[in-house]
Design a protein around this ligand. Sequence first.
Ligand code: ATP
Length: 133
Amino acid sequence: MSSFLLEIVTPERKVYAEDVNMVIVKGSEGEMGILPNHIPMVTPLRIAPVTVKKKNVEEKIAVGGGFIEIRKDKVVILAESAELPGDIDLARAESAKQRAEQRLGGKNDGYDHLRAELALQRALNRIAVKSNG
Ligand code: ATP
């Protein structure tokens, strides 16, 4: 089975660098499966799990938005944040979820709704990856 190098980097660190057979991401226009020799391109990513297929193993990584850059030699995900299941603190994600829900459900119109909505998406993404991982 042919493979390619997948790197996932955040402003803080390199989270992932492995040879993989396929990666599935959620772009602005929906899910996208990337196999070896994909045409080069750059496209934005949503807050969503990234699925990596490696031999017979499937891994999920919580990516908090960013960009995917498909190059000839490798695929790079430049992520706002990225965590492997083992790095996710479930209690922290649960409390971020509660906080965001309170802000979204509250009557305080002064609150930044978009900010709370994005925080909720990040928390739900982490909870989903942790539960499946
Ligand atoms: P919180 O409100 O809990 O800080 P957040 O969604 O605002 O969550 P981010 O700004 O997306 O957090 O991330 C800040 C840093 O904290 C990143 O390095 C990210 O990987 C890490 N991080 C955030 N939430 C978690 C979590 N539940 N488990 C592990 N790392 C986390």
